[in-house]
Structure formats: C-alpha cells, structure tokens
Design a protein around this ligand. Structure first.
Ligand SMILES: [Zn+2]
Length: 291
C-alpha cells in the first residue's frame, strides 16, 4: 500500500444515522515529535498512538486552550505525554529507563506497569480540569473509550495505529437520543462492527475518503472540512524562567556558582535557554547575591 502524506483531521457523519466520527492521519507532525530523541521502536509506536489520540481529542473537545494526555508509569516507561493547543500545534515526549532493552512491541498497560493516564483540559480563560483515566484493557484506545463513556456519557469507539512514519486514528460516537434519526436502531452496532474490520495498514495508508469508502460504501457519509495539524512547541523564555524560579533561590545560587549560568533545554523541541546571574538577580532579590 502506498503511503499518503497527510497532516490532518477530518470530521464525518452519517446522513441516516445518529453517529458522528473523526479521522486523523499524521506524517510530518508525528515525525517531528519522534525525531527529537532516540526512541526505541515500541515507544515510537506508543507515542504515535498518543499523538493520534490528542489530535482526535482536539477536534472532539472544543475549547480555547490546551489539551493533554499524560501517562505516568512505574515500569521502564515513566512518562508519555502529548499536548495540542487550539491552533492544532502538537507536541509530545516520552521518558524511559534508557538502560533497559525494550521489545519492539509492548502494550501500554505493560509499559506502564500499574501507572495511570490523565487527560487535562486547560482553557485559556478558566479553570483547569483533569480527569484520571483507568488503565482498562491493554491499549490507549480502550482507555479513551472508557474516558468518553464516563465524561460525555456517550458510547464511543476508538482505533489507533502508528508505525514510526505515520500515526492514524478513527473515532465513532453515538449521539444523544434527542438527535436520533428515525428507524435506524441498529446503526451503532452496524457502524462500529464495520469500523472494527479496519486494518492497521488501512488506518495508516488510506486517505480519509478512501478509508470511509472501504468501510462504509453502503452508507451515506458526509465529510466536513479538514483541519491541518502541525508540530509546534509552546515553550518560551518567560515560561522557562517561571519554571526556573520555582527551584528556589538557594538552588539557583548553587547552580550559578557551579555553572556560571542556569541552562535549560526544552525537552519537546530542544530549544536552549540560558539565564545568567544578571537575568536572575533582580528576581531573586538580595538573597541572590553570590558575592
Ligand atoms: Zn520547546
């Protein structure tokens, strides 16, 4: 199957059924994220699933602000997170025990060994909301299905795939009864059954219209505008400085004495920030004087 180059997400619906969907396929945005570290193959795949998942969430949860999915683990994988803002800027990272040899295929559940998942919604203006997601089943897709059925009270299905070059996802959700269209009570069963025949190489290799034709050529499918997604990091000198200041004046003084400056590399985009004594002096006040 030929590779298709897309960095987009597209919403769709069924004219005769009470079900909506989203489809995402990302190449460049995903590759920009995984090329920043020497990730083991298994983590490239898991990170890809997280990238596809945050893109789906971005189009489902409509807020002005930042969404993130974060996994914390107690096994070799300590952190895996992806984030997306309202301009479809994606970033992500995984942190793991680099001394360990990791098999090329590992389930999220086994990689985390009893950790947890958190989905955070941070509006630009308003209160941050965080939902903890149980690690049900082996995969991120199963965890997300659980999240949607709890948070939106709507049955939802998710399919995710990634292979180190592309990541893709498919989402279906049954809309509330008030919006039900007449005489199609088995639509949800039928549409999710058809979707569950999707193969990984189709999720990663077919354009959206071709994929939906493959799954739903007997249904009236309506496609909406595509949205482009791209790699983008939200770090800034000021934000990094805020984080640096939270270390406390004593620790900062020690760093200045040892290194002559405080150096911070952004883990997401590798941007380097350097803060000298004069940058920090006024913020630290009299305590910062290193004589
Ligand atoms: Zn950055």
């Amino acid at each position: 199957m030929n590779n298709v180059t897309l960095n987009e997400i597209q919403r769709f619906s069924f004219d005769n059924s009470n079900v909506r969907g989203e489809r995402v396929l990302l190449n460049e945005a995903y590759q920009e994220i995984i090329k920043r570290k020497e990730y083991p193959v298994a983590l490239e795949k898991l990170l890809g699933e997280f990238v596809a998942a945050i893109a789906l969430l971005r189009d489902i949860i409509k807020i002005d602000g930042v969404l993130s999915i974060q996994a914390k683990g107690y096994g070799f994988l300590s952190t895996l997170m992806t984030e997306c803002d309202e301009h479809q800027n994606l970033r992500g990272i995984a942190q793991w025990d680099e001394s360990q040899t990791i098999p090329d295929t590992i389930s999220l559940k086994n990689a985390l060994e009893g950790g947890y998942l958190a989905i955070t919604i941070q509006p630009r203006n308003g209160q941050r909301y965080q939902g903890i997601v149980e690690l049900v089943g082996d995969t991120l897709a199963e965890c997300l299905e659980q999240y949607f059925s709890q948070s939106e009270q709507l049955p939802s299905r998710v399919w995710l795939a990634a292979n180190g070059a592309q990541c893709g996802g498919l989402f279906l959700q049954r809309l509330p009864e008030e919006q039900a269209k007449e005489n199609d009570e088995d639509a949800w069963e039928r549409l999710t059954h058809l979707a569950s025949t999707v193969k990984e190489d189709e999720l990663l290799g077919l354009e959206t219209s071709a994929l939906l034709h493959r799954l739903y050529h007997e249904e009236a499918v309506r496609l909406y505008d595509t949205k482009t997604m791209q790699f983008g990091c939200s770090c800034s000198r000021q934000r990094t400085l805020d984080a640096v200041m939270s270390l406390g004046s004593e620790e900062l003084r020690e760093l200045l004495i040892e290194q002559g400056s405080v150096n911070v590399d952004c883990q997401f985009c590798a941007e380097q920030y350097v803060f000298t004594e004069s940058d920090l002096e006024s913020l630290l006040g009299d305590q910062a004087k290193t004589h």
